[in-house]
Unconditional design. Structure first.
Length: 470
């Protein structure tokens, strides 16, 4: 079982010679940067805003925001080592810069069109969303660049592994505390305004408290899907960092993850997590055996009266009914109104051919209705088929690179496959306010993964994004 290390002390001592050949001087040079990355990872245990400042609830900063923003002065004061970034990370960074420039161009072009039409530069719902999404891209892409330049020793990897264990248990504890009402749901948001017009979707915490309902939110946020996405990525990242090492903690974390996502009532998250765990256990049959043995032991002890599990009191009937709809996902009644939303969004696109081709502007979905609750459709609404083709090229290249560079059982590759499947019913890889840090967290994981040298391929053989696009 992984030994939990006192992280600040471990960070101070994590200057051993790194496995990728980076000098100890480069490791010492990046202590502050690594601390901020570690703090960002730890902050994923609590992603609720901490300061209700700014013109909109969407840009209220959380703990993770402070550490991401601190990277900017940290890079200025403590320069990053030269010639550290791997070739695939450098190629991906170029692709991300192109995407950022096209996103800014889309925002500015749409604003210019509004002015020409006499509608004003601001004042529409999409303006603040566009600002938010560009702001997130700046944070996430800059953090990706920093992470891609930081050397990771075995000591630093152990710190990240231990941190992931802590964060996953904290998230699980928060979900279970609010779901079972051991802790009042409102506890985690008492510092935020309770007015719905001010707090937006965060007001749901007050609603569940007022109605005395089991709240599947915990410390992650109001979006069920975000919990599932976070747990899946953390579990895959943990397996990646552990590489060929085995531990009973592996099976424990899979169990904790499945239970946490189940209680969060994220159906897409639960389906993709089970898909990932199934793939992983099929590649490591001993995990499948241990999981089956643990489940059978629990059932036997319950039937024998040795333990009493009051599941009927711990798990609400609504949660069981909602989860059961996964088995009949094709039924329109089980889509929570998504079929209506999708049809409404398609009807909007059909109003003008140009919407299909170039979209309505980055961040401007709210000018015509709600989010699409489907990533491809969301991308088309804002950037058209042109933007969707770029995303597909990027996704294809990332999968190619992960297959080459991800080690051993390739957990990040399989996690990405599962996350792409979840895009059918949610905006998984889009900087939406309901999943404030996920894209940044995913890019962090990819940057660390692509720092590894592929054991079976020369880095020069990895095709650039342009070849994948072609």
């Amino acid at each position: 079982m992984a030994t939990l290390t006192w992280v600040p002390e471990a960070i101070r001592r994590s200057t051993a010679v790194p496995v990728d050949g980076i000098t100890p001087a480069a490791v010492r040079q990046t202590r502050v940067h690594f601390f901020l990355i570690w703090a960002f990872l730890l902050a994923q245990a609590y992603t609720i805003p901490v300061l209700p400042i700014g013109p909109s609830w969407a840009i209220w900063p959380g703990i993770a925001d402070f550490f991401m923003m601190a990277l900017f002065p940290a890079v200025y004061l403590w320069r990053l080592p030269q010639a550290v970034g791997s070739k695939p990370n450098n190629q991906l960074l170029k692709f991300l810069i192109y995407i950022f420039l096209m996103a800014v161009h889309s925002v500015l072009l749409f604003r210019f069109v509004r002015v020409l039409n006499g509608e004003g530069l601001t004042g529409d719902p999409g303006f603040m969303t566009a600002i938010y999404q560009v702001y997130r891209l700046v944070q996430f892409f800059f953090m990706f660049w920093v992470v891609s330049r930081i050397p990771f020793t075995e000591a630093r990897k152990r710190i990240l592994v231990n941190t992931l264990i802590v964060v996953m248990f904290l998230i699980a504890a928060g979900i279970m505390a609010t779901y079972t009402q051991i802790v009042p749901t409102i506890t985690f948001v008492n510092h935020l305004p309770g007015d719905k017009d001010v707090s937006g979707p965060w007001n749901i915490y007050w609603t569940y408290t007022r109605l005395n309902l089991s709240a599947p939110f915990g410390t992650v946020g109001y979006n069920h899907s975000y919990t599932g996405m976070q747990i899946l990525l953390m579990l895959a990242f943990y397996f990646h960092l552990r590489d060929r090492q085995r531990s009973p903690m592996d099976v424990v974390l899979m169990g904790v993850g499945v239970v946490t996502v189940f209680l969060s009532e994220s159906r897409a998250g639960l389906a993709t997590l089970i898909m990932f765990c199934g793939i992983y256990m099929s590649l490591r049959p001993v995990y499948l055996f241990l999981a089956a043995l643990g489940l059978l032991t629990l059932i036997f002890m319950s039937l024998a009266g040795i333990i009493n599990l009051p599941l009927d009191r711990l798990i609400s009937e609504e949660t069981l009914e909602r989860t059961a709809t996964i088995l009949d996902a094709a039924n329109a009644e089980n889509l929570s109104g998504r079929d209506t939303i999708w049809q409404d969004r398609v009807d909007f696109l059909n109003q003008d051919l140009s919407y299909w081709l170039v979209g309505t502007g980055f961040g401007n979905t709210y000018n015509s209705g709600n989010n699409a609750h489907m990533l491809p459709l969301q991308i088309i609404i804002e950037t058209g088929i042109f933007g969707l083709s770029i995303f597909c090229a990027l996704a294809g290249w990332v999968l190619w690179a992960l297959w080459r560079y991800d080690r051993y059982m390739k957990p990040i590759f399989w996690c990405t496959i599962a996350l792409l499947v979840s895009c059918i019913t949610q905006e998984t890889f889009y900087p939406v306010p309901s999943a404030p840090y996920f894209v940044g967290f995913y890019l962090l994981v990819v940057a660390i993964t692509l720092r590894q040298r592929a054991p079976d391929v020369d880095p020069d053989e990895l095709p650039p994004p342009a070849k994948v696009a072609a």
